[in-house]
Design a binder for this molecule. Structure first.
Ligand SMILES: [Zn+2]
Length: 138
């Protein structure tokens, strides 16, 4: 049945998030994430998006309590401009639609993977000195 399928999918997601967060917390001393506002997340009524939002909240909660268990540090940073700024030169080239996965900075010509560039920006915000950290983006 559909309900059974959905319950199974939810269990698999929870399992996956447990494995992922345990792995991250054991491996790294400091983890930086975007401090996404739950209010904004809840505005979306598309099913795929609401599942992604629920997963993000669960992911963050697991990170929070597991960081406490293991004595690790979780740093949530303001997500503003993390996908707009070039992590190499700091130039803000504005919003990019979600289907753009790679882009080139118009100022320094560095070619970026969207997620990795955002992760580096999150890292810079979390720790200006930035050493030995796990990078996680939504
Ligand atoms: Zn640049």
């Amino acid at each position: 049945s559909k309900a059974k399928y959905q319950a199974k999918a939810a269990n698999q997601r929870r399992d996956y998030l447990h494995k992922l967060t345990t792995h991250l917390v054991k491996q790294y001393d400091v983890i930086a994430i975007e401090d996404l506002k739950t209010k904004n997340l809840q505005k979306n009524h598309h099913l795929a998006k609401s599942i992604a939002n629920a997963s993000w909240r669960m992911f963050r909660q697991m990170l929070e309590y597991k960081c406490e268990w293991y004595g690790k540090k979780l740093i949530a940073v303001d997500p503003k401009n993390t996908s707009r700024i070039c992590s190499k030169c700091g130039y803000n080239s504005g919003a990019k639609s979600l289907e753009i996965r790679e882009w080139t900075c118009s100022k320094c010509q560095t070619k970026h993977d969207r997620d990795i560039n955002a992760a580096i920006n999150i890292l810079h915000k979390a720790t200006p000195t930035g050493q030995g950290l796990a990078m996680v983006t939504s």
